[in-house]
Design a protein around this ligand. Structure first.
Ligand SMILES: C[S@@+](CC[C@H](N)C(=O)[O-])C[C@H]1O[C@@H](n2cnc3c(N)ncnc32)[C@H](O)[C@@H]1O
Length: 317
C-alpha cells in the first residue's frame, strides 16, 4: 500500500470512529479554508489533489475539499502558534513534497526570532505568564501518575519539542536525574543550556526533528511531548508514539500535553501559518487507539485564560 493510501486509510478509520460517536468530522483552517473531512484536509495540506474514493467504507471521509470560504479565527492558543526536515523517512512518505513542505513551514516558523524570541513568551506565543500554571498542572498530573503507577521510574526523561527547555527546567529536572532535550530548531536548542542554568549538566541536547527521532529501546522512564504533536501528520504521530513506546523502560509512560479543540467546534483546526493543527478529543482518542497506545490517565489542565483552547494531558503506554 502506498504511503498516500496509508494516510487516507487512517483518515477513514478516524472518520468512522467520530461518526459512530456522533462527533463532528469536519474542520477548518486559519486561512479561511473549510474542509468537509479529515481526509479532505490532509489531502489539501499534503498536496494529494482531488481524492479517490477508498474501496471500502470510505464514506464521507473521502470527499473533496469544499471551496475556500473566509471564516474568522476566534481562538487564541496556548501553543502559540522546527535540522531542516527535508529527507525524513516519515515526511518523505506521507505525501511526498507536500509533507516536506508541511514540516518545513513549521521549521521556518520556529527558527524565526520574530515569531519566537528565546524566552517563555516566545515558546508560548505571548503567553509566557501562564507557564507557572502549566507547570503546576503538569506536576500534579505526574504526582497522580506516580501514585497510580509505583513502577514509574525517576532516572531519565525526554522532553520532546522542547523549545528552550522550559518544561525540562521547571518540571522534569525536579523529578528525573537526567533529561534529554529534543528539539529541531538549532536556534532554540542552542539557548537551552543557558535557560536551564545550574542543572544544565544533567541534560543532553538532541537537535533533531521528532519525525527523525529514533530513541534506543529501554531509554526513558518518561517521554514528555508538549505543544508539538499538532505539527505532526496523523501517520507520523502514530509512528512517533510507537518509537517512543518502544524506548520506554519498565513502568515508563509517554505524556502528550496539547491543545484540544472545544466541543462542537469541529474535528480539527489547521493553523496555516505554522503548519500545525488542533485536534478534537475524539480525534486524539481515535488516533491513540489505532496507534496501539493505551490511555492510562487523562486530565484537563485548569486555570488557563478562557480565550485559549482547552489543554489536555494524556498518559500513554
Ligand atoms: C509551542 S513550542 C513548545 C515548546 C515546549 N514544548 C514548551 O512547552 O515550552 C513548540 C516547539 O516545538 C518545536 N517543533 C515543531 N515541530 C517540531 C518537530 N517536527 N520536531 C521537533 N520539534 C518541533 C518548535 O521548534 C518549538 O520549539
Amino acid at each position: 500500500m502506498s504511503r498516500k493510501q496509508q494516510v487516507l486509510e487512517l483518515c477513514d478509520k478516524v472518520h468512522r470512529d467520530l461518526k459512530l460517536a456522533g462527533l463532528p468530522t469536519d474542520g477548518c483552517a486559519t486561512d479561511g479554508t473549510e474542509h468537509s473531512s479529515i481526509a479532505a484536509m490532509w489531502s489539501s495540506e499534503l498536496g494529494f489533489g482531488p481524492m479517490q474514493a477508498l474501496p471500502a467504507g470510505g464514506g464521507e471521509a473521502t470527499g473533496t475539499t469544499t471551496p475556500p470560504e473566509k471564516i474568522g479565527d476566534k481562538s487564541a492558543k496556548a501553543r502559540p502558534q522546527s535540522t531542516k526536515p527535508a529527507s525524513s523517512n516519515s515526511t518523505g512518505g506521507d505525501g511526498g513534497g507536500g509533507a516536506v513542505q508541511w514540516y518545513e513551514r513549521a521549521y521556518d516558523y520556529w527558527e524565526d526570532g520574530d515569531n519566537c524570541p528565546v524566552d517563555d513568551d516566545g515558546v508560548l506565543g505571548g503567553y509566557g505568564h501562564i507557564s507557572p500554571t502549566d507547570i503546576a498542572g503538569s506536576a500534579a498530573f505526574l504526582d497522580e501518575l506516580k501514585r497510580m503507577r509505583p513502577l514509574l521510574g525517576d532516572e531519565t526523561a525526554a522532553d520532546c519539542g522542547a523549545g528552550i527547555g522550559r518544561v525540562t527546567k521547571h518540571l522534569l529536572l525536579d523529578r528525573f536525574d537526567t533529561v534529554d532535550i529534543v528539539e529541531q530548531s538549532p536556534r532554540l536548542i542552542q539557548a537551552a543550556p543557558k535557560y536551564v542554568g545550574r542543572d544544565r549538566d544533567r541534560t543532553t541536547c538532541v537537535c533533531v526533528g521528532l519525525q527523525d527521532f529514533f530513541p534506543p529501546e529501554d531509554s526513558y522512564d518518561l517521554v514528555w511531548i508538549q505543544w508539538v504533536v499538532g505539527h505532526f501528520t496523523d501517520v507520523d504521530l502514530l509512528k512517533l508514539l510507537a518509537r517512543c513506546r518502544s524506548a520506554l523502560r519498565k513502568g515508563g509512560l509517554i505524556v502528550v500535553k496539547d491543545n484540544v479543540i472545544g466541543q462542537g467546534e469541529g474535528a480539527f483546526k489547521v493553523d496555516s501559518e505554522d503548519s500545525s493543527m488542533t485536534r478534537s478529543l475524539g480525534y486524539f482518542r481515535s488516533l491513540f487507539n489505532h496507534g496501539g497506545v493505551r490511555v492510562v490517565h487523562q486530565t484537563r489542565q485548569d486555570g488557563f485564560p478562557g480565550e485559549l483552547f482547552p489543554v489536555y494531558m494524556f498518559a500513554l503506554e
